[in-house]
Ligand binder design. Sequence first.
Ligand code: SAH
Length: 373
Amino acid sequence: METPLEKIIKEIIHRKGPMDIGSFMSLALTHPEFGYYTNRDPFGIQGDFITAPEISQMFGELIGAWSVNIWQQMGRPKKFALCECGPGRGTLMQDAIRSVGKRGSGFLESMQIHLIETSPKLKELQRRALEGRKIKWHKELPKKGFGMPVILIANEFLDALPVRQIIRTSKGWRERHIDWNEGRGFQYVHKPLSKTLLDFIPTHSREYAIYEISPARAKFFSSICNIILENTGAALLLDYGYTMPEAGETLQAVYRHSYTNVFDNIGNNDLTAHVDFHILEKIAHSKNLKVYGAVSQGSFLMNLGIFQRAEMLKEYVRKNGDSNSATKQIEKISQDLLRLTSPFEMGELFKVLCVTQDKANSANGFTITPEGF
Ligand code: SAH
């Protein structure tokens, strides 16, 4: 059945000709009426996918501890922005704040929460998760920042920003576009490369391989860097992706925890593409920021003490739960730990990058741990 968004996209293609993949992705995810994120809570077992903070409280708690540490190194500014991009259900922020405790004395009093979110539905869930806290929402990252030092967190946010796909043919570089007609349905076609994409052409390339590029991510990440340069602070980005330039298509659609066709059920599937961390590192270096990583999520979380945290939680359950449910809960903590850190699960595919303007800072979590733990 044709979805309302599918109808809109066909009309645009009919009027203007084939559409670039970035515009398609952006409409499918954030169209103000029918976009995937606009009206739904996509997380968890009932939803389409699950993210690290939704798997376990340990994730947000460790990022809370990380933030306190970097705030202390920043000289404990009396006013600072704790900013999260694409906070989903607000779980990461909720766990991070709860975990601050006595160690971070002064942190909670100094922080102002800023959330970057386009979805009205998720904004409501974030409000509930952070009940009692003063929060300022923004649809976009404010160009100049928040007028104070910033600690910015983004987990599985950049993968939702649009990518485009380019190909080197025997006649030169082309961009993949999406066309539609009654007989064939949706199909990819090649169009000449627009001048705005010339900067994104890879230095080494193979003929007819697909290269994914993301001007939207580069722009978003550049504004993060600029905000940090202008106001001081640090940003922590966690996402699935790669650290060496790579060819290949990673654009994928997910519905109820299974992969599906990008053109099926448009507006009701999550669309994501792997993040090219190599480009992000290059941008940060070009702005003379201090760059940590990207390292694997597994090694980052282990460096931050996720094993010890898991033991503490198990100990708490042993002391406070009844023996029946305690066994189950302890089992779940072990499973969650594995899911977040194992190279066969999220540990290796997910990467973590930190940028800061202060060369004296030493961000936690980035020393290399030996392979395979
Ligand atoms: N960080 C959360 C959610 C990840 S899903 C977690 O780890 O669970 C992506 C989030 O980014 C959602 O909150 C979605 O609404 C938001 N989002 C997607 N595209 C966006 C955009 N262009 N601008 C702002 N928020 C966006």
